[in-house]
Design a protein around this ligand. Structure first.
Ligand SMILES: Cc1ncc(COP(=O)(O)O)c(C=O)c1O
Length: 391
């Protein structure tokens, strides 16, 4: 086959894919996702460094250095002590699974618990349900208080001799609310329990919000009972999908889960991740976002998302048929409609091209950087049309 023909085939495949997958890359009318299209430089990194594999670190020692720098940066955002250790993962679900795995094994080693129980807030992501199932842990789900935070008294009551750990959420999927981590930390210390915090979403927002002058919760390792924290790079930071991480207080914890992988190019490789092969490109992109585009770039994204969140809140409050379920503390909005169920509303808006999600009984919007004021104006127009149709 001549070069020309190869080029033609190449272009044809790409053109066909562009047609097949059109609309799936722009996020034009996506109001439901916690991801956003990565910046141009991250896309370029995906192309150029597609072959890097952090699952075989001996082959990619320079990428490993960048990985360590990304982890150190994230550990710093979480106020981790100098004894921290951690890993880049495929995202929040894997990190939460690893956190629960460590809670189970750490409790087995330190407290001799064979068949344990783990305590989750009702707001916890579905990945915790998967984790309990996979790890054969019994789970107890604790109701929320009026502020959508886990009820601390109910957590206290749920703790028994088999409890291996507690989970707190810093930026819940459905509300953006941060649990009151400090009393959970006190409980963890008092009862010698493992405390994992899921800051998959909030972990990369709060430190920057603080710099923008907002009051933010203290959710990280400043709380002495916190043993591990999930924090994602493929959410508001806009790094390549997939990209997440888990940071631990110390190796004293990870030594209960670490595995040696001797068949790799570096036979001393050790892993605490579930996945073996892991994309280096996602880590390189995260490194560029954190270290090269840097703080001003991230602050701009977050500032803009918060301004648009306020704008959307105001526009929704102007509609008599719509009621906000909570005052947004992050870039997540929940509302109900007095004319129809959230299911019907979401279906009607999908007819107009809008992707929204439902959480509990409310319609949920996540205001990510691709959701601009112009997008909100178009959305409110369509929402008004749907509501007027119903009158
Ligand atoms: C708070 C929280 N934790 C964990 C996850 C799971 O993250 P991932 O989809 O990256 O596995 C999500 C996803 O939305 C989330 O909102």
């Amino acid at each position: 086959m001549s070069y020309f023909e190869e080029e033609k085939t190449f272009n044809k495949i790409i053109d066909d894919l562009m047609v097949l997958l059109k609309n799936e890359d722009s996020y034009n009318q996506v109001l439901s996702s916690m991801c956003s299209p990565p910046p141009k430089i991250a896309r370029e990194i995906a192309k150029i460094f597609a072959a890097t594999n952090l699952g075989d670190p001996g082959l990619f020692p320079e990428t490993v250095k960048l990985e360590n720098e990304v982890l150190a940066h994230l550990a710093d955002l979480l106020h981790a002590p100098s004894s921290w250790t951690g890993a880049i993962t495929s995202g929040g679900s894997e990190s939460n699974l690893i956190g629960c795995w460590a809670a189970r094994n750490w409790s087995k080693v330190n407290r001799g618990i064979e068949k344990g129980k783990i305590i989750f807030p009702e707001s916890a992501h579905v990945s915790f349900e998967k984790a309990a199932d996979l790890l054969n842990l019994e789970s107890e789900w604790i109701p929320l208080n009026d502020n959508f935070q886990v009820d601390i008294e109910a957590v206290k009551e749920a703790i028994d001799y088999r409890t291996v750990g507690i989970v707190g959420i810093a930026g819940a999927t459905g509300t953006g609310v941060c649990d009151d981590i400090n009393p959970l930390s006190d409980l963890a210390l008092e009862k010698n329990l493992y405390l994992h915090v899921d800051a998959a979403h909030g972990g990369t927002i709060y430190p920057y919000l603080k710099k923008l002058g907002y009051d933010v919760p203290i959710y990280g390792f400043e709380n002495p009972g916190v043993k591990s924290v999930t924090i994602d790079t493929h959410k508001i930071l806009g790094s390549l999908i997939p990209g997440g991480s888990i940071i631990f207080r110390s190796e004293e914890i990870t030594k209960t889960i670490v595995k040696s992988i001797t068949y790799l190019s570096d036979s001393s490789t050790k892993q605490i991740t579930i996945t073996g092969t892991r994309p280096g490109s996602s880590v390189i992109a995260a490194w560029v976002i954190l270290k090269k585009l840097g703080e001003s770039y991230i602050l701009e994204r977050i500032k803009e998302s918060f301004e648009v969140t306020k704008y959307l809140t105001q526009r929704l409050n102007e509609l008599a048929e719509i009621k906000l379920v909570f005052e947004p503390s992050l870039n997540i909005i929940g509302f109900t409609c007095n004319q129809m169920t959230s299911e019907d509303l979401v279906k009607e808006l999908l007819q107009k091209g809008w992707h929204l999600s439902i959480y509990s009984n409310w319609t949920r919007i996540v205001v990510m950087p691709h959701v601009t004021k112009e997008v909100i104006d178009k959305f409110i127009n369509d929402l008004e049309t749907v509501l007027n149709k119903e009158m």
